[in-house]
Design a protein around this ligand. Sequence first.
Ligand SMILES: [Zn+2]
Length: 265
Amino acid sequence: MGFVPGAGREMRYSEVTRLLGFDIMVRVQRQLLRHFLKTRDKHTSRDKCFIATLESLADLIFFCMYKQPKNSTAAADINLNTQRRQGFCEFCGNLTELSSFIETLMTGKPNNIELTEEIKFELSHKYCTEHRPQLMSGEWNPAYKQAKRSLTQFNVELRRLSLQCALRAIPNAQSGDQLVDAYFFQYMLSQTLSPSDKAELRNLARLMVDSKLSDNKKKMLVLQKFGFSQYEIGQKLLSRKQLPMTRQAVSKALSAIRKPFLLSG
Ligand SMILES: [Zn+2]
């Protein structure tokens, strides 16, 4: 199965071809064929038959590549293909394993890519290496589980960051809370991100969630920036039990906040 792209993942051959594009698929199939010849071929009749099959598949894709499309939807298809090629991991700003593999193929020298066990199309087309559901060992990946649990919050923070990034002159995070909006406003003033920095914004949202920078902490930071003392901040915010927070609780929460999220001045 390792010598036919997608077979291990139960993806249809045409599906994989659509994802990769004809040009890459030809190269990948030929490379897998060479790999088989080098490592497995015992010159049995079964092997000869298998080699002929792989050759036919590579030829088929090659001829498909030069076939004239019947109608003019080709442009839209190409577009879709490039969009999927730039696919982000569902949980962060890294490319999915498949996308980053494709990027290596497109930018690097495909002939030099070593066909290791991982490249036998066990690559995830939804997640990056860090967030793949299962580790190479077959065990569940704790980073995947954590990211899955916090997906809603990730999308909330990503939306706020993107909105604020698109309109820096005024508070625009649209969080529903003035202090939280003020935090995003102040935070974005010290950043050089633009709305097209999609990967960076996604990574930032992921870091925000993983660092447990709650809305309450954002409010503390912004109140601190406005010059309120820790005692006064505590009086303005409510704890989880809906009571004013003590100075100690505010101090503890503030000291736990990671550096990149502090507001300058
Ligand atoms: Zn990821």
